[in-house]
Write a protein that binds this ligand. Structure first.
Ligand code: SF4
Length: 245
């Protein structure tokens, strides 16, 4: 994800996850066998529930350059279309993020998405958009001028919560995180309930995302329609059980 000579700009969203990510990268930077630099930025889209300025002192103390930008188009969007959806909001944010990263001379942008986000995204896409996909851990911006990384993909939010608390870092919630009745909230509640009996649920889901059996799904691009590949047996034992045979 991170290479020699990279300049990594960490997107600080005000929450526990991005604070954890920043601290992890600061510590990694000291130990890694390669040289890379780290800076941080925050885009103000008018959704923080409290002033964000406590970050300044905290980041100065951690020796990190922090850029805070009030994004005019996002703030106007909030006034003109207060009920706008995530698609518009994230499109505005993406444009602002690329501009800030460019100004900071960064070639890598790091986001604080966690294992919880990967699992939610996977289920949300499967259930509500009809696609099997989640978040890419490493990707490139459309013009390939930035590498986009999500280093916390195996880190769950119970860990980031505890870690951020131990750091004594300020946590400024986003108004959206408090909303009820959203798909995100519903999925989170389902996870919490299932995890009482299945504590490794997220681990299993992450594992599933890295072991795709394309020949057992419905995408005809990957099906062996002409019998060209060897199949271990069309009805292995597990399948017979599921089929009630
Ligand atoms: S959850 Fe809120 S902040 Fe995030 S993309 Fe949607 S509207 Fe924007």
């Amino acid at each position: 994800m991170i290479r020699d000579g990279d300049r990594v700009a960490v997107g600080l969203s005000g929450g526990k996850d991005s604070v954890t990510l920043l601290e992890a990268l600061i510590r990694l930077q000291k130990k890694a066998p390669i040289d890379f630099s780290v800076c941080a930025f925050t885009v103000e889209q008018g959704k923080f529930l409290a002033p964000i300025h406590p970050f300044r002192g905290y980041l100065e103390q951690r020796g990190i350059d922090w850029t805070y930008v009030q994004d005019g188009p996002s703030l106007r969007l909030l006034e003109e279309q207060p009920d706008h959806g995530c698609d518009l909001c994230s499109r505005f944010r993406r444009r602002a993020v690329y501009q800030i990263a460019r100004n900071l001379g960064a070639n890598v942008i790091a986001f604080g998405h966690t294992a919880d986000d990967f699992c939610e995204s996977f289920l949300r896409n499967a259930m509500f958009t009809g696609r099997l996909s989640a978040l890419p851990p490493v990707a490139y911006s459309r013009k390939r001028d930035f590498r986009l990384i999500r280093p916390l993909l195996y880190v769950t939010e119970d860990l980031t919560r505890a870690f951020a608390e131990r750091l004594g870092a300020p946590v400024i919630p986003c108004g959206c995180s408090q909303k009820t009745g959203t798909v995100r909230r519903t999925l989170r509640d389902i996870f919490s309930e299932l995890e009482r009996d299945h504590p490794h649920l997220k681990e299993t889901l992450l594992s599933a995302m890295s072991k795709i059996e394309t020949g057992r799904l419905l995408d005809t691009r990957f099906l062996d329609l002409d019998g060209a590949t060897e199949e271990a047996g069309f009805f292995p034992d597990t399948e017979l059980v599921q089929l009630g045979a």
